[in-house]
Write a protein that binds this ligand. Sequence first.
Ligand SMILES: Nc1ncnc2c1ncn2[C@@H]1O[C@H](COP(=O)(O)OP(=O)(O)OP(=O)(O)O)[C@@H](O)[C@H]1O
Length: 265
Amino acid sequence: MALLQVEGLKKVYADGTVGLSGIDFEVKAGEFIAVIGPSGAGKSTLLRCLNQMVEPTGGSIVFQGAQTIGSGRRKLRNIRREMSMIFQGFNLFERVSVLTNVLHGRLGYMSSWRGALGLFLKDDVAEARRLLERVGLREQMHKRADELSGGQQQRVGIARALAQKPKLILADEPIASLDPAASETVMSSLHRFCSEDGIACLCNLHQVDMAKKYASRIIGIHKGQKVFDGTPDELTDEMIRLIYNQKPAEAQELAETDMARKETA
Ligand SMILES: Nc1ncnc2c1ncn2[C@@H]1O[C@H](COP(=O)(O)OP(=O)(O)OP(=O)(O)O)[C@@H](O)[C@H]1O
């Protein structure tokens, strides 16, 4: 059984803008998938619909065998703790310590009053320290988050995501604000930890070279539609040109021809 099954996923925003116009795909446990496409294609909308930070307007999302659309608050909280998110702008609490930011990854497992008072369990604190060591930030754990560089802050974001013990990480352009060296560190850390812990990842990326380097599968989106779904090798230069050069119909046609060729081979 797939970890995640998405069928006919749609999002039309209140002002009538179509974010997603019916997307289908599956994610297997432990798969590392890059999502690419031009600006405004619907990549963020897709990730945010999956954890329902953005409410889908149609379709179905089955996560670990259960339909998530229409879930009540309690069920949604349980779904979200197993689907952690990494953000382009890190989304850390800047004035609190790095360690506390990682501990926030445990909030979904605590009663709200314990969380509000910051009464974290001893085991959770030990695990947060271990995770910070794992991402190479042991020395920084008592610093305020805003004292860290962008690349270090994103590694805190990764440690926080891992603290949730997720089955799936949704990474929304995790390296868009970073320089090339920090981007490599963040992508290689994210890839390594997902692989070591058997976590699936859907990672929105603008950098096609990074998508090809780290993902085992790439999904291409254009104008709210899936126009490519294949391996890095199958993402040819021609396909990239079609996805980014506003010719999704031609890209889809090329993908279908490739698929038919693979089936008959
Ligand atoms: N809150 C919103 N209200 C109305 N339209 C929105 C809203 N959020 C996104 N959109 C629109 O939905 C479409 C998809 O946007 P989305 O942010 O998902 O694209 P993206 O591929 O992530 O783009 P980028 O790479 O620039 O971040 C765009 O046309 C965008 O303007």
